[in-house]
Write a protein that binds this ligand. Structure first.
Ligand code: ATP
Ligand code: MG
Length: 622
């Protein structure tokens, strides 16, 4: 029997289960065929992995597989490809999962000149991989069992995504049961001896595969690749990376010592001799913790107390540049993406080359490893700061339950004397979005009370607020010297939303201040611009914070009211906005993953921000 035999008649345009419209075939793997499809219920692109016929025809195998898939569905991590559902139709069975628009590391390696990566090029991805493994092993207690370069994908912003968590190996076990043949999913090249013997899954199986994967990416081949692979995995010590590179005549044979040592330890035959955790691997490779991006952080550099200032100077320089381009270059400022398609804008670096060094410091400072212990606040408790902002603990940070209010910003302006850099604010008029030099954060063209969310602030304005608030709260002993406020990173924003796709969940009905029918009833709405006609949320423009139901974390207004500035974890720290606003009239804006890229200098009457409080971690000296 051919394990790859899935259903043959599949063509683009075909609708499966009345729900998934097939777009194109994107790959074939060990255990099935993968299609890009449109989930017409959720209005979302998904990857559908169709399983071999043999599985569909065996109810027991199918049940096993479903229960495995169910475990994987629980996994929620920015570096793990999300499994949505097990799908079952009369003609097919399959798994629907997050679609990743990007290559696998196996593909990327082949595009390299010498068909190998260098260690420093892998560092950022490996950091993210170790984070995903730590989460899966420690928090979710799940082992991947099929780690290999072909299951590591790279999405936008260099985000690493681990595919097929727990899925492909259980699939292969299932197929082996069904066919009574010993077919191994994908290949055995990356599998450790214990897995070969069929022992119970152990996180340290993944550590072996991690070693084999790194070996492959650095040399072009897994440790054992010809002859009797099984016997070699069981008994033969693997060559070192350097030896293999020499054998393959790779121009540069050297790899950093610690990489050589860690890989060799991961490939130990006995589980006790391997690094015991993914975190240990990351630490020994000296990878940036909680990196989330391909960033090489120089932790030793002196003068970090000035980090903020340097970063902000850099930001300001770039902002000046953007203001120039935007308002004097004749290009119209973009309303957050097109109204008809999924929002996706051009890039928006917060800091260009000018701000780079300072921004690197900023990222280094952002390696928040632990939940801040705030003086006087019981563990797990809420924290009310000097401005009366309420913050709740979520995993490794505290998050403001409200969008920053006009009243908060007013106090900041008053006390600090900060003057925003010049640049008109963009407001909605009947004739589209227009810069308006009379508008500002106090007067965005509609009435704002101190309880309304601040809007019309640039990223720099928002960061300056964070810096000031940090100094204030530190000065009054409300937070420690290691703690500070900043804008959330994109993945943190997703964590605030929780394991759901929409910010209002677990509420069933959409909750929040969107462009319902009421929005168009107030003068100034763009002529002819659509609204959600069946909705009336009672707030045509902004709503006082907390006017709608809170989410499962106790956080308000993540969906709608004002877009919230977030930062992407990239070397250039791109700014983007999330969550939709009072003017949002398409549902894509409210999806957790939707990112609207905007130049950081832009001031929109739809954009505000929310702060998080984090603690500098990993470096007790500071
Ligand atoms: N979630 C996804 N989003 C986008 N493309 C995907 C996704 N999953 C898989 N692919 C593409 O489909 C190809 C085949 O994937 P598949 O998982 O079936 O095979 P594999 O990874 O080689 O083997 P294994 O069954 O061991 O995982 C991948 O190489 C990748 O290009
Ligand atoms: Mg795969």
């Amino acid at each position: 029997m051919d394990p790859n035999e899935t259903v043959k008649l599949m063509v683009p345009g075909q609708v499966v289960l009345d729900r998934f419209k097939l777009v194109k075939r994107i790959g074939r793997g060990g255990m099935g065929i993968v299609w890009l499809a449109r989930d017409q219920t959720l209005n979302l692109n998904v990857a559908l992995k169709f399983l071999p016929e043999a599985v569909r025809n065996d109810p027991v195998a199918l049940d096993d597989l479903k229960s495995e898939a169910r475990k994987s569905i629980r996994l929620t991590h920015p570096n793990i490809v999300r499994i949505h559902d097990f799908i079952e139709a009369p003609e097919v069975v399959g798994i629907s999962m997050e679609y990743i628009d990007g290559p696998t590391l196996a593909q990327l390696r082949l595009e390299r000149k010498d068909k190998v990566f260098e260690a420093h090029e892998l560092a950022g991805w490996v950091a993210q991989l170790c984070e995903a493994l730590t989460y899966a092993h420690v928090d979710a207690r799940l082992v991947h069992r099929d780690l290999k370069p072909g299951n590591l994908m790279v999405a936008g912003s260099n985000r690493l995504k681990v595919a097929d968590f727990g899925i492909s190996r259980s699939l292969s076990d299932t197929i082996n049961q069904v066919t009574r043949e010993n077919i191994v999913a994908g290949t055995l090249y990356y599998m450790g001896p214990q897995q070969l013997y069929g022992e119970k899954a152990d996180p340290r199986d993944d550590i072996y595969s991690l070693g084999a994967t790194l070996f492959d990416l650095l040399t072009g081949k897994p440790p054992f690749y010809s002859g009797d692979i099984t016997a070699q995995i069981e008994d033969k010590p693997p060559p070192t990376v350097t030896e293999r590179r020499r054998e393959f005549r790779t121009p540069n044979v050297d790899v950093p010592e610690e990489w050589e040592a860690v890989i060799s330890d991961c490939l130990q035959k006995k589980v006790e001799k391997r690094p015991q955790t993914a975190a240990e691997v990351a630490a020994r490779l000296r990878l940036p913790a909680n990196s989330g991006s391909y960033v090489v952080v120089d932790r030793e550099r002196p003068g970090r107390q000035r980090a903020w200032n340097v970063a902000l100077l850099g930001l300001l320089a770039v902002v000046a540049l953007f203001v120039g381009i935007f308002f004097f270059g004749g290009r119209p400022g973009g309303e957050p993406a097109a109204q008809s398609e999924t929002p996706k804008g051009g890039s928006a670096d917060v800091a260009g080359p000018a701000g780079r060094s300072g921004v690197m410091d900023f990222i280094a400072d952002s390696a928040n490893l632990q939940l801040p212990e705030i003086p006087g606040v019981p563990e797990g408790g809420r924290f009310t700061n000097n401005l009366g902002m309420v913050l709740v603990p979520i995993e490794r940070f505290y998050c403001s339950i409200w969008e920053t209010r006009v009243g908060d910003f007013e106090k900041f302006m008053e006390v600090s004397g900060f003057t925003p850099a010049p640049g008109a604010m963009r407001v909605m008029t009947e004739n589209d979005w227009q810069p308006d030099s009379t508008a500002n954060w106090k007067n965005p063209g509609f009435e704002q009370t101190p309880e309304h969310p601040i809007c019309g602030v640039s990223v720099v304005d928002a960061l300056e607020f964070c810096r000031w608030l940090t100094e204030e709260d530190r000065g009054r002993g409300r937070i420690t010297a290691a703690q500070y406020y900043r804008l959330p990173f994109g993945d943190e924003w997703e964590t605030m939303v929780g394991p759901f796709d929409h910010p209002w969940e677990p509420q069933l009905k959409p909750q929040g201040n969107f462009a319902g029918a009421e929005a168009a009833e107030v003068p100034g709405w763009i002529r002819g611009r659509a609204t959600f006609r069946d909705m009336d949320d009672a707030f045509p423009r902004t709503a006082p914070v907390g006017s709608f139901l809170e989410n499962a974390h106790g956080v308000f207004d993540l969906g709608g009211n004002v877009f919230e500035w977030c930062i992407e974890r990239t070397p250039t720290l791109k700014a983007h906005m999330r969550g939709g606003s009072w003017d949002s009239n398409i549902s894509e804006y409210f999806l957790k993953q939707t990112v609207v890229n905007m130049p950081p200098a832009i001031r929109n009457s739809t954009t505000g921000f929310r702060v998080v409080l984090v603690e500098i971690g990993g470096d007790p000296a500071r």
